[in-house]
Ligand binder design. Structure first.
Ligand code: FAD
Length: 472
């Protein structure tokens, strides 16, 4: 039997049920279809950083498979054409869970079946599919903790190995360069290949390093952007270079072997489940990426201020921890989770910009930009989402910086113009004595910006805005 395997959010060989089933049935024709408007899975175009990751993931996948057919255009037409050209009798894929893909795949399944093909889809990108987990009263979960409690005891099968035997018969297709996924001029991703190794091998190397050196202490140190205790697996998970089940099992195996890792492994596994929860929310509330989950926020008096938004995007707000995060994002395609929460809160509450501006910027610049996690997280920070942080809990960027970057190493790395300032002033340079600023070579308003808003006044204005919608 010859089976087409349609790759999407599962760019790997191991723990890939569609590929395993196809390989055991005979010859495989692996295909990836680039759909510019719809990205891999989402209803919104893929951002620049994501395209960079996709390019390199596809290159690795093609190498590991020994061939990959690349196409561009409408997936239904491309698959039907491929069936005609190859005589394939079956098509398999692993399921995607965003509203656009669900609808698209249903149409494609029908069209292929109507042509007499065998069509099968599989679970691979999530551990707990959204429709399989429900509350006791039968509806979707809206709060994380009970969702986590509901899934944590569900036994998972061991991840599948790569197919033992793989006969690939690639049909003619495009060259990877034809997809034009890489930035041209300027090449803002210059040097990223020294920071990241997209693809399956890179993913397993990263996971192994994390289990060895980051997992011990993760529960506490995951909040510290100055420490190397988070996994940085998010872009690999986003493109399916690794499956969530592989990451989950690696942590639970480490815990079984070294019981002192109990708390750290559990916390890591619960973070993986935040990703599942985001998809649960997106599946049940498909307009999550664009609409306030709590509709009262529709009436919030947002401010439109292009200059403030630009200062935030470029890391020139005069708030060191915010600027460090935004520059880390621009320079590496990644930002630490604690700092994502701080910069998100700053944009929404200090600058009173709509969370959609933040969501859009992250979508373009994050390597891990993901429809479900990005939308759910932005709404969480805004206070407009399901199980969100209350709006009135406004992060103080100064104390957040002092608490989670106590020596200022994170700020020093990403805001080098402040690097010679002693730690006590690093998060509040505008309060440093003139002598300390001079010694560090800093001229506020010149070499580094003064705060673009006053913290106390901004906090007051945000709360006043909230008062307007509170009773609505
Ligand atoms: P680890 O701490 O090592 O966590 C392991 C894995 O668990 C992550 O790779 C990720 O897949 C998952 N995870 C951890 N925290 C979360 C979370 N809060 N929500 C969902 N999944 C989580 N994550 C994305 O993958 N894509 C996004 O587009 C995205 N946008 C975000 C926007 C904002 C405003 C905020 C506050 C968070 C966002 N997150 C997003 C969640 C989180 O910040 C990242 O998943 C995490 O920082 C990735 O780093 P890591 O792999 O080192 O995390």
């Amino acid at each position: 039997m010859t089976t087409i395997v349609w790759f999407r959010q599962d760019l790997r060989l191991a723990d890939n049920p569609a590929l395993t089933a196809a390989a055991s049935a005979g010859t495989v024709i692996p295909v990836f279809i680039w759909d510019e408007m719809a990205d891999l899975t989402n209803s919104q175009p893929l951002g620049g950083a994501g395209k960079w990751w996709l390019h390199h993931s596809l290159a690795m996948l093609a190498r590991d498979l020994g061939g990959l057919v690349l196409r561009t255009g409408d997936p239904k037409q491309e698959l039907l054409d491929l069936v005609d050209k190859t005589g394939a009798t079956a098509v398999r894929w692993n399921r995607c869970y965003d509203p656009y893909a669900i609808k698209r795949d249903a149409v494609i399944k029908t069209a292929l079946k109507d042509k007499g093909l065998e069509v099968e889809s599989h679970r691979a990108a999530l551990m707990f599919e959204p429709w399989t987990i429900e509350t006791k009263s039968g509806g979707p979960y809206k709060v994380f903790t009970p969702f986590w409690r509901a899934v944590r005891e569900i036994g998972l099968d061991r991840p599948l190995p790569s197919p033992a035997k793989l006969v690939v018969d690639p049909a003619p297709g495009l060259d990877l360069g034809d997809l034009a996924l890489l930035p041209q001029s300027p090449d803002w991703a210059e040097g990223w290949d020294r920071m990241w190794t997209p693809g399956e091998r890179g993913a397993h190397k990263r996971l192994a390093e994390f289990v060895e050196t980051g997992l011990a202490g993760y529960a506490e140190k995951r909040n510290r952007p100055d420490l190397p205790n988070v996994s940085r697996l998010s872009p690999f998970l986003r493109y399916g270079n690794i499956s969530p089940r592989q990451a989950w099992v690696a942590a639970s195996d480490a815990r079984d072997l070294m019981p002192f890792l109990q708390q750290d492994a559990e916390t890591f596994m619960s973070e993986l489940v935040w990703r599942e929860f985001s998809y649960h929310l997106l599946y049940h509330f498909p307009d999550l990426p664009t609409e306030n989950w709590k509709r009262t926020f529709d009436a919030y008096p947002w401010v439109e201020d292009a200059a403030a938004l630009r200062a935030w995007q470029t890391g020139r707000t005069g708030y060191p921890i915010v600027d460090a995060g935004m520059r880390e994002l621009w320079q590496t395609g990644y930002m630490h989770n604690r700092v994502r929460m701080i910069v998100g809160s700053f944009l929404i509450k200090h600058l009173r910009q709509h969370w959609r501006h933040g969501e859009a910027w992250f979508r373009d610049t994050l390597l891990d930009a993901d429809l479900a996690s990005n939308a759910a997280s932005w709404q969480w920070v805004a206070g407009s989402g399901a199980d969100a942080a209350p709006y009135f809990r406004i992060f103080n960027p100064y104390t957040q910086g002092q608490k989670f970057d106590p020596e200022g190493d994170y700020v020093r790395k990403w805001v080098p113009e402040l690097k010679d300032l002693p730690a006590p002033y690093l998060h509040t340079p505008h309060m440093a004595p003139q002598s300390a600023l001079e010694k560090a070579g800093i001229r506020l308003g010149d070499t580094y910006p003064l705060p673009i808003v006053d913290h106390a006044a901004a906090r007051k204005a945000a709360l006043a805005g909230y008062e307007q919608i509170k009773g609505a």
